[in-house]
Design a protein around this ligand. Structure first.
Ligand SMILES: C[S@@+](CC[C@H](N)C(=O)[O-])C[C@H]1O[C@@H](n2cnc3c(N)ncnc32)[C@H](O)[C@@H]1O
Length: 253
């Protein structure tokens, strides 16, 4: 896939003035089986494919993945990030930390869930500080939609969890409305911080720490997959992949 961004060899970390190296930790669409190969089970990427899989949507520079995977070595983690510069920084960081049970994929997570991921493969889907897209005409760009919720339900294993944290009041109302509308698929539970969170943190992502310094408050929930048959199937038509050099401008934060 053409990203329009520098290749690995010429990508620099401007903050540290050194080259970034994604090693085998950063994956592109071209690194995963083609769409016509059928549903994709990413557990085969990892040295221990039988370990439970957790997926993070919108990993940014990979802070949660690094923190959590350092503690939970008996799990596999797949981050999904569609901004090439963040993806590259995260992959470089995973490589430097030798986190062989973690990979990060440069793609649109919503499309990956709709068109590629196999049923019942993930124990947890994490979505932390997702872009709020505050304008009404941009709401369709939000990751949580009725449609994506049916795919999260399909891709989660029985008892699996969707974990949501946001600072954005209107996005939180959106989450609450969607949780209520999809109560047949998910049971709502309080959010319990992961082991890697510091005292007082919900998760401890980059954005959480930045927003905490700004005095923002947060809301969170866990949606536990109900034991009902998936209402959704993997979409059989190929996705219309976005160009990641031209994805929508980031929303104001
Ligand atoms: C506000 S940042 C939060 C990053 C990180 N979760 C944190 O809390 O620090 C949201 C991230 O989600 C990514 N993102 C938004 N929509 C996405 C999508 N559909 N697929 C993959 N990544 C997405 C953005 O590029 C951005 O890095």
């Amino acid at each position: 896939m053409k990203t329009g961004h520098p290749t690995t060899s010429d990508a620099m970390d401007p903050a540290r003035g050194r080259r970034l190296d994604i090693g085998h930790f950063g994956l592109r669409d071209a690194d995963i089986p083609p769409h016509d190969a059928g549903a994709w089970d990413p557990r085969g990427l990892f040295p221990s494919p039988s370990h439970p899989l957790e997926i993070e949507i919108g990993s940014g520079k990979g802070t949660f993945l690094c923190q959590q995977a350092t503690i939970q070595t008996d799990r596999n983690f797949l981050g999904i990030e569609w901004t090439a510069d963040f993806w590259r920084s995260a992959a470089d960081r995973l490589r430097r930390n030798k986190l062989e049970h973690v990979r990060i994929l440069l793609t649109d997570a919503s499309e990956l869930f709709r068109h590629r991921l196999a049923d019942g493969i993930a124990q947890v889907v994490h979505i932390y500080f997702s872009d709020p897209w505050p304008k009404g005409r941009h709401h369709k760009r939000r990751v949580v939609q009725d449609d994506t919720l049916t795919h999260f339900h399909r891709v989660l294993a029985p008892g699996g969890e969707l974990r949501l944290v946001t600072d954005h009041a209107e996005l939180w109302q959106w989450y609450e409305r969607h949780a209520t509308a999809n109560a047949a698929l998910f049971e709502r539970h309080p959010f319990v911080p992961p082991p890697s969170a510091r005292p007082g943190e919900f998760v401890g992502t980059n954005y959480e720490r930045k927003f905490t310094r700004e005095g923002r408050t947060f809301n969170a929930m866990t949606l536990v997959r109900r034991q009902v048959a998936p209402v959704q199937r993997l979409h059989s038509s190929p996705p219309i992949w976005k160009s990641f050099s031209r994805h929508p401008d980031p929303p104001p934060i």
